[in-house]
Write a protein of this length. Sequence first.
Length: 255
Amino acid sequence: MELKGKTILITGGTAGIGLEAAKQFLSNGAKVIITGRNQEKLDEAKKLYPAVTAIKSDVANADDAQLLFKKIKELGGIDILYNNAGVMSGPQNLGIANDKHFELAKYEMDINYLGVIRLNNLFIEMLKSRKEGAIINTSSLLSYVPLNLAPTYSASKAAMRFYTVSLRDHLKILHSKVKVFELIPPVVATSMTEHVETKGIPPEKLVNALIDGIKNNRFTIRVGITKVVYLANRLFPKIAYGLVNPAENSSQLQS
């Protein structure tokens, strides 16, 4: 897929993977629009990369999504929707009743999964109208093997993986030209994973792999140790679970 001249919308584009993606898509000749919930962070991103268009929007908010679609339409539309925004909470709702924990889990699912479906549904006709449109959904190696310290996050990413496969197949049935890419990262060194023991790869490395996959029309993009966990889970699921959940996780879960 050609990136030069394309317009891409990146949700959660103010830091980490999203900000690095904005940088690299710009360097590949794309026009970039980013969203985020924090105006100050959006302003900082705009200062770093003046060519970026920054729009305040929360993917978990249905009204925000409608306003975002309206603004994007006024700007001339997009060719690529990159669903990057995501949140991770701790080991919630695991045998201890707590209303706050339930609300955290709900918010996590709203951002990581349901918000993605909402945006895809809003933008799908626009993407279909483009000569070469695409959707990029972000799942995780935890879509193969759950992390017991992040049960809802793992569940949201498993849902995302199955949804993405189904979306791709149904668009083929509809004879749509819209391409559906799935980015499956390992742990990435961002603020979201600061509490995770495993050392993450740099966002730059992940986005390099994403752009290479897009350019070569590789629709399932497994990066780093994700490839190992994927194969191990197929052949030796207990070993794969141990790779993702080392012994120290159990003590953290009990504390």
